[in-house]
Ligand binder design. Structure first.
Ligand code: CAO
Length: 414
């Protein structure tokens, strides 16, 4: 006869709450005793929590991002009374938690070949996940942990050394360690997990890609008039029709005309991989840092569909419910600071894309038309591109193409 048991957080060796960084099981999974069910991460270490019973997962009571401590309910498990074994003692659980074995249960779709190869390497699920998120090959990372394990510090050191950029290390002077409290009162505030991850990616992209940023301006007075005329219709559908969705359509049309911008450089640096799909990464500002969800097949969608998807993705980015798949597969990115302000900026390319469009706030400017200055709404654009792939002239032409579409969106249907 089966019975429902509550699986709670065992003694994890610290009294304060720690982050749930991975939920390794889903409802319906059949578990054996000691199978890891969640990964926790404290300031010092990450650890897997194993199930003390065999059984079938009935209900999961935690999610990634929760902060939990000893005794917190993790999940409900249906067990056969006959096969339920005594829960491991707290100390045993701690021992397991301190030395988690590599495991393969994962909610993240991964390249199976890579994973099998990676399984042979010693690294905790949290370290594997970090490596996956940073798109690093574990086999390239030097392990310095006990028994040849790859630690988080090893991953960080690898990223810092810039070894993944074709072996081109950057030997810069280490930043000095300064005790700022000698100059006045200070407070130390930990960086969020997203900030740390995106920081490592941004750093890699900034140092490994030769960026050029091309600036341009589009007269969007007519577009704005059209947007205002459609705004109410959108509101009735519960949608916000911001300039961004029109910009996305104009970018998609420009990418079709200039496919080199919708591409990735082959890791060998020998060829360009041109993408037949147009998936746009859109940078979203969240309280925890920058995330870049991807809107797929932008060329095939209406501005209303794009507005709905953008609202959904940015909402999920802000309440931390985006899935890894939602942030994969971009072929070009847009970073819009138009809702905030500024006249121009130099966005960092979201590798493996080869270009990113920065959008600043439109404003009325005197524009010389037919012999006199008239007030026109002008939108500033900043296009950063990878100069290994794109020449300066192509960069300027792409901006001009985009401006033409934005200045007369009727061209989008041609
Ligand atoms: N010029 C003038 N006004 C603009 C504008 C522009 N370029 N872009 C947006 N606006 C207006 C919108 O129309 C809206 O006003 P109304 O409500 O009156 O229509 C207001 O500004 C706010 O827009 P928004 O920012 O909420 O919406 P969006 O569709 O433009 O952008 C999103 C959505 C998710 C991209 C945005 O909220 C965001 O997070 N931006 C920040 C991205 C970021 O951090 N980039 C930096 C990355 S590099 O470190």
């Amino acid at each position: 006869m089966s019975q429902i048991v509550e699986i709670k957080v065992p003694d994890i060796g610290q009294s304060t709450a720690v982050d749930v960084i991975d939920v390794l099981v889903k409802v319906g999974d059949v578990l054996a005793v000691e199978d890891p069910i969640i990964t926790l991460e404290s300031d010092k270490a990450s650890m897997d929590v194993p199930t003390p019973y065999a059984g079938t997962v009935k209900e999961i009571k935690v999610k990634v991002g929760d902060k939990i401590a000893e005794g917190h309910l993790i999940l409900l498990l249906a067990t056969e009374a006959a096969i339920a074994v005594e829960a491991p003692k707290a100390a045993a659980a701690v021992a397991t938690a301190k030395a988690p074995e590599p495991k393969t249960v994962s909610s993240t779709p991964v390249n199976e070949e890579k994973e099998t190869e990676a399984e042979l390497l010693h690294a905790s699920p949290a370290v594997r996940r970090l490596a996956r998120e940073l798109d690093l090959d574990l086999s390239q990372i030097k392990a310095t942990g006990p028994k040849g394990r790859i630690s988080k510090e090893d991953v960080k050191a690898y990223v810092k050394n810039g070894m993944q950029a074709g072996g081109a290390g950057f030997n810069v002077m280490a930043a000095p360690v300064i005790d700022f409290s000698q100059f006045g009162e200070i407070e130390v505030s930990a960086l969020s997990r997203i900030k740390k991850l995106s920081g490592a990616n941004l750093h890699r992209n900034w140092v490994s890609i030769p960026h050029v940023t091309q600036f341009d301006e589009a007269d969007i007075s007519d577009l704005e008039e059209f947007r205002q005329s459609e705004k109410q219709k959108a509101e009735k559908k519960g949608l916000r029709l911001t300039p961004l969705v029109f910009i996305m359509k104009a970018v998609a049309a420009s990418l079709k005309r200039m496919p080199n911008f919708n591409a990735s450089l082959d890791p060998s640096g020998e060829s360009l991989i041109l993408k037949k799909y147009i998936h746009l990464g859109v940078a979203v500002d969240t309280p925890n840092g920058l995330v870049v969800p991807v809107v797929r097949n932008v060329d095939q969608k209406s501005v209303f569909q794009l507005a709905a998807e953008l609202a959904d993705l940015s909402e999920r980015a802000r309440n931390k419910t985006l899935k890894p798949q939602d942030m994969q597969g971009s072929s070009f990115s847009i970073s819009s600071l138009g809702g905030i302000g500024g006249t121009a900026f130099t966005p960092i390319i979201n590798a493996p894309d080869v270009a990113i469009l920065g959008v600043s706030k439109s404003s009325y400017k005197p524009v010389y038309v037919d012999g006199s200055f008239v007030p026109r709404l002008v939108l500033p654009l900043s296009l950063s591109y990878d100069h290994r792939v794109i020449d300066g002239a192509e960069g300027a032409r792409f901006c001009r193409q985009l401006v033409e579409y934005l200045e007369d969106i009727r061209r989008l249907v041609l």
